[in-house]
Design a protein around this ligand. Sequence first.
Ligand code: FES
Length: 153
Amino acid sequence: MSQVTEYSEKVMDHFKNPRNVGEIENPAGVGTVGNAVCGDIMRMYLDIDDKGVIRDARFKTFGCGAAIATSSMATELVRGKTVQEALEVTNKAVMEALDGLPPVKIHCSLLAEQAIHAALWDYAQKNNIKIEGLKPPVNDINETKEFYEMGGK
Ligand code: FES
């Protein structure tokens, strides 16, 4: 993916018309992740059926435009996927689906990835199951190796 310097049309669309904003009552999994540097917070709610398929995903984000657009796209991407497949919705996958993000906004997509992981972790804990490859969630993306590798941007 070539480097982009401004918001794509897709980012602007998901920022102005975010999909799946809100909460799920009694969610199968819920996770909250923040970024202590900018102060943004994202909460992700998942409704998961007994076959482990994500039926619904909703979010609440207090954050920048890129954080809202990536949350919106992340919920669209995980819907209909199994919990295992949802792990493939990485920050890179979310960015690609949005036709890229400017370099200084890449960390915002990490918030979306980590919020999904936190919600999946909550689901796994509640149901006493193990999701292969899922690591314990962080409260703050500054604690992730990926964020560190990005130079904290
Ligand atoms: Fe904080 Fe985008 S600036 S998540």
